[in-house]
Design a protein around this ligand. Structure first.
Ligand code: SAM
Length: 283
C-alpha cells in the first residue's frame, strides 16, 4: 500500500529526506535563535499537555527532535535519562548535544519513517514540527504506533493547512501542511484510539488561523493493544542516503527554501498587527 500524499499540483519541494537534510544543514546554524518566533515555550507546554507526561520515569522518544527545543519542555516532566532524541540531521543533533539540561538524554540519528526502536518500547512518542518533511506521513504515524507500548500515547505536533490562497500557494511549494482531518485519519488508520486534536498557536495571532501556522495543532492517540500497526505498508519510498538527480534536487531545494521565507514574514506581520489593532478586535 502506497501512502505518500504529494499530488503533482502540490510539489512541496522540501518534503523529501535529502532536501530536508540540506535545509537543516544550513538552518541548524540559526535554528535556536529564530524558532521562538512561531514555536514558543508557552505553545510547547500547551501542545504537550494532552500527552499526559505524568511520571518522571516514563520512557519518551522525541522523533525529529532537532536541537532539543521540544525536549526542553519534556524534561520538565520526565527525567532526561529516559528520553531519546532522534533526528535525521546530525547538524541539528549537534546543537542538542551542546545543551547542558539534555546531557543525559540519548541522542541518535534515524528516520521517523523507520524507527530504530523495538515494537512496544516507549511509554510516550513525541514529534514536533517534523511531520511536514516526511514524504510518507502515514508511515511515520504507523511507526509511532509500533514503538509505543499498550496504553501508551503518541503526540504529533505540526502545521495546519492555511485558508488564505497566498499562504496555501507558499505552503504547497514548501512542505506538507496537513488538514486537521488528515491528522485524525492517519492516527485512526495506524490503529490509535481516543484520537484528539488540540489547536495551538502563538498568543499574538489571537486565534487567527487563515494565514497558516507552522505549528498549528497537537494530535494525540492511545495504543489499545501491544504489537504492530494494523496497517500493511510496503517498502519506504525515500531514504536520506538514496542517490538523487542533482539538478532536480537543486531546483527543489532553491524553490522550497525560497517559499519558506513567506512563513518567516507571516508571524512578523501578525506580531505587528497585534501591536496595532485594538486588543478586543480580531486580527
Ligand atoms: C522544525 S524542526 C523541529 C525540531 C524540534 N522537534 C523542535 O521542536 O524544535 C524539524 C526536524 O525534523 C527533522 N526531520 C525531518 N525529516 C525527518 C525524518 N524523516 N526523520 C527524522 N527527522 C526528520 C529535521 O532534521 C529537523 O531537525
Amino acid at each position: 500500500m502506497k501512502t505518500s500524499t504529494r499530488p503533482n499540483s502540490k510539489p512541496r519541494f522540501i518534503q523529501h529526506k535529502q532536501e530536508a537534510y540540506w535545509y537543516y544543514r544550513f538552518l541548524s546554524i540559526l535554528y535556536d535563535r529564530i524558532i521562538n518566533s512561531c514555536w514558543t515555550a508557552d505553545m510547547r507546554e500547551d501542545a504537550l499537555e494532552p500527552l499526559d507526561l505524568c511520571r518522571r520515569d516514563l520512557t519518551v522518544v522525541d522523533v525529529g527532535g532537532g536541537t532539543g527545543f521540544t525536549t526542553m519542555g519534556i524534561i520538565e516532566h520526565v527525567d532526561a535519562k529516559n528520553i531519546i532524541i532522534l533526528d535525521q540531521s546530525p547538524h541539528q543533533l549537534a546543537k542538542a548535544k551542546e545543551k547542558e539540561p539534555l546531557k543525559e538524554c540519548k541522542i541518535m540519528e534515524g528516520d521517523a519513517e523507520d524507527l530504530p526502536f523495538p515494537t512496544d518500547y516507549a511509554d510516550r512518542y513525541v514529534s514536533a514540527g517534523s511531520i511536514e518533511y516526511w514524504p510518507d506521513p502515514q508511515r511515520g504515524v504507523a511507526e509511532a504506533y509500533r514503538v509505543v507500548k499498550e496504553g501508551g500515547k503518541a503526540c504529533i505536533i505540526g502545521p495546519v493547512y492555511p485558508k488564505l490562497w497566498l499562504s496555501r500557494f507558499f505552503a504547497d511549494m514548501w512542505m506538507l501542511f496537513p488538514k486537521e482531518e488528515e491528522y485524525i485519519e492517519w492516527f485512526t488508520k495506524a490503529g490509535f484510539v481516543d484520537v484528539k486534536l488540540k489547536r495551538v498557536g502563538p498568543k499574538w495571532y489571537r486565534g487567527a488561523r487563515r494565514f497558516g501556522l507552522i505549528i498549528g495543532c497537537s494530535v494525540t492517540g492511545v495504543k489499545p493493544v501491544n504489537g504492530l500497526s494494523p496497517l500493511q505498508l510496503g517498502p519506504k519510498v525515500e531514504d536520506v542516503k538514496n542517490s538523487v538527480n542533482s539538478i532536480s534536487f537543486l531546483i527543489r531545494f532553491i524553490m522550497g527554501s525560497t517559499a519558506s521565507a513567506y512563513f518567516v514574514l507571516v508571524p512578523l506581520y501578525m506580531w505587528i498587527k497585534d501591536k496595532i489593532v485594538q486588543k478586543d478586535q480580531p486580527i
